[in-house]
Write a protein that binds this ligand. Structure first.
Ligand SMILES: Cc1cc2nc3c(=O)[nH]c(=O)nc-3n(C[C@H](O)[C@H](O)[C@H](O)COP(=O)(O)OP(=O)(O)OC[C@H]3O[C@@H](n4cnc5c(N)ncnc54)[C@H](O)[C@@H]3O)c2cc1C
Length: 467
């Protein structure tokens, strides 16, 4: 067993099986995928073909047009690439609650073993806790999200400064392309179950046919799928990486990668992004270190956090000093208090904050630097710290294409002191780090950003759209 693989039950493999099944829950890609290659190796060992199952249901919390569109747009290319490798692909869209919720189990009934993604938040976390006991074959969860596997950290790390030296020691061992396993037996079976056919032109109709929240529209800025993910990475490496260190905290400069939606849905791997950035740095002498710090150290700190706690969404995870200081300032007077609905509707007194919220509503993502300000102001303008946490999680779960991710809950809790240090005390925040409107004005081009978001809202068009 390698250091990415966990056996989540101890059932024996089915002897008279037709295939090995890879249930692609989070790493929705045919390339650079350790879980897929592990499954291909298992299939070869047992002289069986490999079948990939990708499902999308209408029942997960906040299922809406935005998330559905992004996922379904990826389906045709995933199918093409797997089929070119002789691997079967079965995509199933469960459109209504009346449709049976048994596709995984039906496919598992003919499988020798199930391989899936090891992922520490949202639905995949719950599936991996409950499904292994309900199937009668081995169930393996493979970490194909992180460059240094989560298993390499024996405990929950305190902050970036504690995980960084460990990552630096190990990263060379793992910063290598994933080896492709050639399948020995091509998948030629006919399944009893009907897959949902998807073509580029049918995505909107499929989404419309689902019993989901149609009020959250597809992103104006991001197309889902492997081809869009590859285009976004290429654009970043060729045009933005050289500006990243200088401009990453200037939202209107568009110097960051915009990869987070693709990373979240696993349409590209962080390993591919890191390898591309490293190669570009070697070739052109551009510095990639600041980007790699975010992509590897910060991102993998988030996976470490989520994998070691019982509930990644809970305030109980912040350090004692932060909980104490919030308790001391629980009843401090708030000059403005907004409800979740007012935040959601971008209806505060602060035009800059409202623009950030509109970016979330329209693009499905807020620039990283402004997201810190966005979170800090929700703390300042909510009745309680707990209510602020609930609002931030709700808005991310519902609207962010990169939401529901280890990065989501880790960074939201960062606003409440996690992975941070105490600062000088002040009202409402106590010793939590504070961010001010004047600071944003001084450090960033707020006028350019306000214009950009106003244009996006007025025209419904994003001039910065990459793919
Ligand atoms: C309140 C708040 C909420 C956030 N919610 C999310 C979220 O839901 N999903 C999400 O992916 N990120 C979240 N972040 C972290 C960060 O803002 C985004 O990862 C980043 O803005 C994504 O844009 P990018 O891909 O252009 O980033 P780039 O700057 O190009 O970075 C490349 C990649 O590195 C990773 N990364 C960058 N910054 C961080 C960070 N601070 N912590 C961990 N990983 C990082 C991401 O995977 C990102 O895609 C949040 C930050 C805050 C303050």
């Amino acid at each position: 067993m390698n250091d990415r693989v966990k056996a989540l039950n101890s059932k024996p493999a089915r002897e008279a099986a037709d295939y090995v099944l890879y249930w692609s829950q989070m790493n929705r890609r045919a390339d650079s995928n350790h879980a897929l290659e592990f499954a291909a190796g298992l299939a070869n060992q047992r002289q069986l073909p490999l079948l990939v199952y990708e499902g999308l249901t209408c029942t997960y919390p906040y299922a809406n047009d935005r998330m559905h569109t992004f996922v379904i747009e990826g389906v045709p290319e995933t199918g093409r690439r797997l089929e070119a490798r002789g691997i079967g692909y079965h995509f199933h869209l469960r459109r209504t609650r009346q449709d049976p919720n048994d596709r995984l189990y039906a496919l598992a009934a003919r499988a020798a073993a199930i391989v899936t993604d090891d992922y520490p938040t949202f639905i995949a976390r719950r599936h991996n806790a409950s499904v292994p006991a309900k199937v009668d074959v081995p169930y393996y969860a493979v970490d194909s999200s992180c460059i240094v596997p989560m298993s390499q950290f024996a405990k929950r790390e305190y902050a970036a400064y504690t995980i960084r030296p460990k990552i630096q020691k190990l990263v060379a061992r793992y910063l290598k392309p994933v080896e492709t396993v050639k399948v020995k037996r091509a998948f030629r079976l006919t399944l009893d179950q009907q897959a949902t056919p998807v073509a580029a032109g049918t995505v909107a109709a499929l989404v419309a046919s689902c019993d989901i929240d149609h009020s959250v529209k597809p992103s104006l800025s991001f197309t889902g799928g492997r081809l869009a993910a590859e285009k976004t990475l290429t654009e970043f490496i060729e045009r933005r990486l050289r500006r990243y260190t200088r401009d990453k905290n200037e939202p209107s400069a568009h110097a960051t990668s915009d990869l987070s939606p693709y990373l979240h849905f696993g349409q590209i791997s962080s390993l591919e992004a890191a390898l591309a950035a490293t190669a570009q740095a070697d070739e052109t002498k551009v510095m990639a270190d600041v980007f790699l710090e975010e992509l590897i150290v910060r991102r993998e700190l988030a996976f470490n956090f989520a994998s070691y706690v019982d509930d990644p969404e809970s305030m109980a995870n912040v350090p004692d000093w932060a909980r104490k200081t919030m308790a001391e300032h629980a009843t401090d007077k708030r000059d403005a208090v907004y409800s979740q609905e007012q935040f959601e509707n971008a209806a505060t007194h602060d035009p800059l904050w409202n623009a950030m919220q509109k970016e979330l509503l329209l693009r499905g993502k807020i620039h990283g630097y402004y997201r810190m300000y966005w979170g800090k102001k929700i703390i300042e303008w909510s009745a309680t710290h707990e209510e602020a946490l609930k609002t931030m999680i709700y808005l991310h779960d519902r609207y962010a294409l990169d939401g529901r991710d280890p990065n989501t809950y880790t960074n939201i809790l960062w606003c409440f002191g996690m992975h941070d240090r105490p600062w000088q005390s002040r009202p409402i925040f106590g010793m939590l780090r504070y961010m001010s409107f004047d600071g944003m004005k001084r450090k960033t081009n707020t006028e350019a950003y306000l214009k950009e978001i106003e244009f996006l809202e007025r025209t419904g068009k994003d001039p910065f759209r990459i793919a």
